[in-house]
Each structure stands twice: as structure tokens, then as C-alpha cells.
Design a protein around this ligand. Structure first.
Ligand SMILES: C[S@@+](CC[C@H](N)C(=O)[O-])C[C@H]1O[C@@H](n2cnc3c(N)ncnc32)[C@H](O)[C@@H]1O
Length: 349
């Protein structure tokens, strides 16, 4: 009888194989403490497929030429937490300073009235729709603007929900009642985002680690990449931030998650401080490669190349440790698990 998800255990070696693969493909890096998380997330899918071992599942993902199983894996391993009007101080800075400044500059230039925003790692759509509402409010007495919000994610599952635009529950907790009435239609328990906002947003399945595809994006006025890069290794962050720099129009601005930083990642942006928010502005003087990539020196935050399961560890956000430390930690995890299993065996009889 094939073992069920609850009985199966992901070995340290299998964990390393998955994390190296996931890192190489998506940029997401699972620290050593994420073994159980990965084990439980994969187990359910394996049960559904009737796949007995993690090794078999790995090959299933790797050699699926349709990429369907890779998409499934991404649906399983991504963290998609989001909600409307997330981080209000930051959005206030966008609404009252960043956006008016960009609009004013464009009015003065007298060129086409276009506004291009990118919501990178948009999850189920709350972020781009929030931006749509803010922009709609800002331009309500000034028609004629062509607004485009590009919203991407690696997970096709979240994009499906984003495109449907139907929400209920806690994700709406920070939407003010007047905005709820103005920008949503009620359908039973659900609030459906209105067509006028939906029409502003273009959802695309795009892997941010695919910098070749990223290089097709140009002339963006603002990039929101919030609570996404925290899952990436520093090397991948550098690569993606470099692509963001190229994608931004001159004077373009970028907002990242409030717990995130570009320190040690890029020096190509100047910083603007607002009440409760920090905005990165494309610095035209930052074109030289060294500035864009943060620094040419190897720092302690440099993430080692994930070439070998035995050579790599990263225990927390941006803090890689050496191979020895990694192995020690993995050994500890293994020992703890064995102890827990032994205990469970005793308790369960
Ligand atoms: C925690 S959510 C953040 C959503 C939103 N930006 C916010 O701040 O509320 C992170 C999203 O990034 C997406 N993501 C992770 N790795 C990605 C990649 N390589 N390419 C595109 N999206 C990715 C995940 O699927 C997830 O939906």
C-alpha cells in the first residue's frame, strides 16, 4: 500500500534536491527550517497523484515537458498572503506624493497621458486592484489618461482568482465603506471588483526569475514589488532589481515591502522618505554596473550559488551561513524528527 502524506518523510537529501530546483527555477529559497513545511505541502499533491515517494514526485515535476506539474509545484510552495490596502502609510505616500508628482511631470512634458504601473508578485489581485482604485480616485476629475497596471505572478492558481475579482472576508477589512460601495458589486456574500477597475489591470503569468522576459518591460512609472523578494536569495534579488531598474522610465519609482531593503542589493536608486514609507527612485547616475548590482565586493550577505546540497545553507532572510553550519542544522532537524517519531511511537503504542 502506498504511504499517505502523513506517513511519508522528506529526507534531508530530498529536501535539498527540491530547494535547489525551486531556487534555480523561481528564485525562492527555502531555509533549512522549512523542511517540514515543504514535506507537508508536497504530500497532499503526491496523494492526489498517487505518487509514492518524494523522489518520484521530483522526477515528475522535472521531466514534465508540459510544465503543468511545475505550475502545480509553484502553487504549492508560494506564500500568497495579501489583502486590500495593505500597508496604508505606503499607499498614502503613493496616493499623495508619488502619483501626483509623476502625473504633474507628465502634464508638464505635454506628451501622451499614459501611466504604467507594475504590481510584481500580485497574488490574488488585491494589490493591483487597490492601486487601480487609488489611481481612479486621483484622476476622477481628469479623464483622458491611459492607465495600465501590469500584474504578474508565478502561480496560475492565484491569477485565476485575481482575474475572477471576487472577494469576501478579511481581505476587505481595510477597504473604507465608501470605496466598497463605489468600486465593488455585491453578489451574495461576495464583493466583485467593478469593471472600471478590472479594465485597468492586465494579469500575466510571469516568473520574476526569468529576467529575459522581464527585459521586455519598459517605461514603467512605478513598480510595486512588495513582500515578494523576501523569498528570494540575494543573488536573485540583485538580478531582479537590475531588471526593475532597466524597466523603469527615467525618474521611475519603486516600492518594496516595509520589512524589505535594497541594502547590499542595489545602489542604483536614491531614497525618498515619507511618513511611514520609503520609496526608491531610479537614479540616472546609477547606470554603472557596480552601482546597479549593489557592490562588486563579496559581502557576508552574498548568497552562495546553490550548486550543491552539501555546499549551501541560508538560515534566514539574507543571512547565508557556511556549509558546515547547514549540515549541522540539518542533522539537528533530522535528530529532532527522529526523536519526535520515537516519542510518537511510544505515545501511540
Ligand atoms: C506574499 S505574496 C505578496 C502579494 C502582494 N504583493 C502583497 O504585498 O500583498 C507573494 C507573491 O509572490 C509570488 N511569487 C513568488 N515567487 C515568484 C516569482 N519567481 N515570480 C513571480 N511571482 C512570484 C507568489 O506566488 C505570491 O503570490
Amino acid at each position: 500500500m502506498p504511504s499517505t502524506g502523513e506517513q511519508r518523510t522528506l529526507s534531508v537529501e530530498e529536501f535539498c534536491t527540491f530547494r535547489e530546483y525551486i531556487h534555480e527555477k523561481s528564485g525562492m529559497y527555502f531555509g533549512d527550517n522549512k523542511l517540514y513545511l515543504l514535506q507537508s505541502r508536497l504530500a497532499k499533491r503526491m496523494d492526489d497523484l498517487g505518487v509514492a515517494t518524494y523522489r518520484d514526485y521530483f522526477y515528475r515535476v522535472k521531466y514534465d515537458t508540459s510544465h503543468r506539474e511545475f505550475d502545480e509545484l509553484m502553487n504549492l510552495v508560494t506564500t500568497n498572503e495579501t489583502y486590500y490596502f495593505r500597508n496604508e502609510p505606503q499607499l498614502d505616500a503613493f496616493a499623495t506624493a508619488v502619483l501626483p508628482e509623476i502625473l504633474e511631470a507628465k502634464r508638464k512634458m505635454g506628451g501622451p497621458k499614459t501611466l504604467r504601473i507594475w504590481s510584481a508578485g500580485c497574488s490574488t489581485g488585491e494589490e493591483p486592484y487597490t492601486l487601480g482604485i487609488i489611481i481612479k480616485e486621483a484622476l476622477k476629475s481628469e479623464p483622458g489618461w491611459n492607465v495600465e497596471i501590469i500584474a504578474n505572478d508565478i502561480s496560475d492558481k492565484v491569477l485565476q482568482k485575481a482575474r475572477a475579482g471576487e472577494y469576501e472576508g478579511t481581505t476587505l477589512r481595510y477597504v473604507k465603506p465608501d470605496k466598497l460601495t463605489r468600486y465593488f458589486d455585491k453578489n451574495g456574500e461576495k464583493f466583485v471588483i467593478k469593471r472600471e477597475i478590472k479594465a485597468l489591470v492586465k494579469f500575466v503569468q510571469l516568473n520574476l526569475n526569468d529576467t529575459k522576459k522581464l527585459s521586455m518591460y519598459k517605461n514603467l512609472d512605478v513598480i510595486f514589488c512588495r513582500n515578494v523578494m523576501i523569498y528570494f536569495s540575494d543573488d536573485v534579488k540583485r538580478k531582479i532589481v537590475r531588471a526593475y531598474y532597466q524597466a523603469l522610465a527615467s525618474g521611475g519609482q519603486m516600492l518594496i515591502g516595509h520589512s524589505e531593503t535594497l541594502h547590499g542589493i542595489s545602489k542604483a536608486f536614491s531614497l525618498k522618505y515619507y511618513k511611514g514609507a520609503l520609496v526608491y527612485v531610479k537614479d540616472e547616475g546609477g547606470k554603472d554596473e557596480e552601482k546597479i548590482s549593489g557592490s562588486s565586493r563579496r559581502t557576508s550577505t552574498q548568497v552562495p550559488r546553490v550548486a550543491s546540497s552539501r555546499a549551501v545553507s541560508k538560515t534566514g532572510a539574507g543571512e547565508p551561513s557556511g556549509a558546515t553550519k547547514a549540515l549541522e542544522l540539518l542533522k539537528k532537524i533530522k535528530a529532532r524528527r527522529e526523536a519526535q517519531e520515537a516519542l510518537a511511537g511510544k505515545v501511540g503504542g
